[in-house]
Design a binder for this molecule. Sequence first.
Ligand code: BEZ
Length: 259
Amino acid sequence: MAQRLRQSGDQIWSTGGYDTHARFVSILGAGVLEWLDVKPGERVLDLGCGDGALTEELVKQGANVVGIDSSSEFVASARRRGLDVHLMDGHGLEFNHEFDAVFSNAALHWMTDPGAVISGIARSLKPGGRFVAEFGGHGNVAAIVTALRAVAANRGGDTELAFPWFFPTCDEYTDLLAQSGFTVRQTALIPRPTALPTDMAGWLRTFREPFFAQFGHEAEAALHDVVDLLRPSLCDSSGNWTADYVRLRVDAVSEAASA
Ligand code: BEZ
C-alpha cells in the first residue's frame, strides 16, 4: 500500500491527469529558475518536485539536486527520469544545513502550515543559503474559488473544501520568512492568466476532486454548476478557457553563521 503522507485537502495526484491538464505549470515555472541562477556543483533541494520536470532542468544546469514530494506517484515518475527523489512531506523536512539552495515551484500553496515548512527550509540550508520559490499568491484562482464556494453553499456542502490552499500576499510571506531568520531580497506578485490546454472541467477534476466527492452521486452535477458559473468570466466565445492564476515569486537568504 502506498505510504500516506499529509496531503492538503486530501488531494490525490495522478501523473496522467497532471500531464494532460497542467503541464503548463512546469513550463511557465521556468522563469523562477532565472531567479535561482544555479551554479554548477551547487547542492539544491527541490521542494515539492512533482514529476521532476524542473528538477531535471536543474540537473542539466550542473546542480546536484535532491527532490522531495509527498505523492508516491510523482516520486515514482520523477525517479523514472533518473532523479534522486524521496517521498517526504514539506511540513517535516528531514535535512540539516546541507543545501546551498532550496527551490520550489507550484507546490508551497498546497502546504497549509507555512511556518512549519519555512522552519524546515531554514534548517535544510547551509548558513547564508538561498530560498527561491514560486507558488500561488494572493488572489490566485479567485474566480474559481468563489464559484466553488457558491456551489457548496447552494448545495449545502462544506465550503472549507473549496479552499485547501495558502495564497499569501508578498508582505505576509515576507513576515513569515523573517520569523525564521530569512532576509528577503525580492518578491513579486505576478498575474498570470493561463490558457487551459483542455477545459475547466478537466482542471477541476485534476485539482479539486475531493470537493466534488462530498456530493456523492451529484458530484458531476455540482461540477457542471461550477463550470456554468465560471463560463461568462473565464471562457471566450470560441470555448477556450483561461485560469486566473497569480504567482508569488520570492528570493531570500538564510541567516549567515554567527562570527
Ligand atoms: C496553482 O498552481 O496555483 C494551483 C494549482 C491547482 C490548484 C490551485 C492552484
